[in-house]
Design a protein around this ligand. Structure first.
Ligand SMILES: [Zn+2]
Length: 186
């Protein structure tokens, strides 16, 4: 039996350069790694990219955020993959936790990035469970829009009607605990 893989989680608010770290791992892994990104619409397959805020990009395979089991199918098609890299994992349906466990049991090292909290300070998707099962958690911070200090939170710049997921650029910013209340419009 293969040795169990290790799970590394990069987390923090928006604009914390989480994807930059994933791109670094992807480059290092080369042909032994594969990068995935959940799709919230109906675009799936190859030919997509993960992008960092500083403009770096790396090829990624899109999968249906509601069907994270597609990750297993995609990896089964390939040989020599030892590392699975998944961006924006907070958007995945809750069975992603089971999928991660299967990848680790198969001996793959798994590196994921995701927002820990949504703009209401609630756990985003399955992030709490994913962080609890991680071998290593890297908490990243962004620059606070209010004071320029370390931001650990994502805030909404516009009032919300109903529950809208964090994702789009201009609608959200990063804040520290002290500035969050003054900046948040949600
Ligand atoms: Zn601040």
């Amino acid at each position: 039996m293969k040795e169990r893989g290790k799970l590394t989680v990069y987390t923090g608010p928006m604009y914390a350069d989480k994807t930059t770290h994933l791109i670094g791992h992807a480059k290092e892994a080369g042909d032994n790694g594969i990068v995935f990104k959940p799709s919230l619409d109906d675009r799936f397959g190859g030919g997509d990219y993960i992008r960092s805020h500083n403009g770096e990009a790396h090829q990624a395979v899109l999968f249906d955020a509601k069907k994270p089991a597609e990750i297993l199918k995609e990896i089964a098609k390939l040989e020599g993959i030892s590392q699975a890299i998944i961006d924006e994992i907070q958007f995945c349906a809750s069975d992603v936790v089971t999928i991660l466990e299967k990848l680790l049991v198969q001996g793959l090292n798994v590196i994921v990035a995701g927002l820990d909290l949504d703009s209401e300070k609630n756990w985003f998707g399955s992030m709490q469970e994913i962080i609890e099962m991680a071998d290593k958690v890297v908490n990243l911070t962004a620059d606070c829009d209010g004071c320029g200090g370390d931001a650990t939170l994502t805030y909404s710049k516009v009032p919300k009607e109903g529950v809208v997921a964090v994702g789009a650029g201009d609608l959200y910013g990063a804040a520290c605990e002290s500035c969050y209340g003054g900046l948040s419009k949600s």
